[in-house]
Design a binder for this molecule. Structure first.
Ligand code: IYR
Length: 220
């Protein structure tokens, strides 16, 4: 069935407004940092819901919206996720990751220990939906990695915009999350994000981002 098409209302900005808005938005995003030390200060659930709604506005292949956001605040469940994630990470840091990889991470100071999973008031585990079952028939979704990557980018921006911090944690393999969170067989864990406030004494590496001329090539 075709969608009903309705007129699109283009937002009208002057060039001056465009310049101001684009600069302000860039400056705001440039303040975002991945934070590894969290406070346990609570966050209203409605804020988290708005953040998830923002992520859910992402474009997706054939508008299949192939994502599920599991929001966990239950302390026992957070402890279980932390334990299982650390077990995988211990093996990863111990033997699965190459020496080069570990050398690349050394300046960032990451380790197998993930206390933020328990400390942050919420963790979100994003699942990608590889396929759907419609009328008993298995139907693959399209561009699932692209779609969910875009949704996660918007999720991270929404978290930052709400004055909160996060970190993209990628325990590998992640299938323990399917089990702990009792997810259906068509879902695969994609990303784990703690959400909350930074600890008062949190520190971040003083890193630089690439300049525009390093990331943009113009073909005028
Ligand atoms: N998945 C591990 C290791 C890790 C890998 C990269 I590449 C990072 O930028 C950071 C961490 C972890 O989450 O610690």
């Amino acid at each position: 069935m075709a969608y009903k098409f309705v007129p699109f209302k283009q937002k009208k900005l002057t060039e001056e407004e465009q310049l101001k808005n684009s600069e302000t938005f860039y400056q705001a995003l440039d303040e975002r940092r991945s934070v590894r030390e969290f406070s346990d200060k609570p966050v209203p659930k409605e804020v988290i819901e708005n953040i998830i709604k923002a992520a859910g506005t992402a474009p997706s292949g054939a508008h299949k919206q192939p994502w599920t956001f599991c929001v966990i605040s239950n302390p026992a469940l957070k402890t279980e996720v932390r334990k299982a994630a650390e077990e995988e990470e211990k093996v990863s840091y111990g033997s699965r990751m190459s020496e080069r990889w570990k050398a690349d991470l050394e300046p960032l100071g990451t380790t197998w220990e993930k206390p933020f999973i328990e400390i942050a008031p919420y963790i979100i585990v994003v699942f990608k939906r590889a396929h759907e079952t419609v009328e008993g028939e298995k139907r693959n979704n399209y561009y699932v990695n692209e779609s969910i990557g875009i949704a996660c980018g918007m999720l991270i921006s929404a978290i930052h915009n709400a004055g909160l911090v996060t970190l993209t944690h990628t325990p590998s393999p992640m299938n323990f999350l399917t089990k702990i969170l009792n997810r259906p067989e068509n879902e695969r864990a994609y990303l784990l994000l703690p959400i909350g406030y930074a600890a008062d004494d949190a520190e971040v590496p003083d890193l630089q981002r690439k300049e525009l001329d390093e990331i943009m090539v113009s073909y005028d």
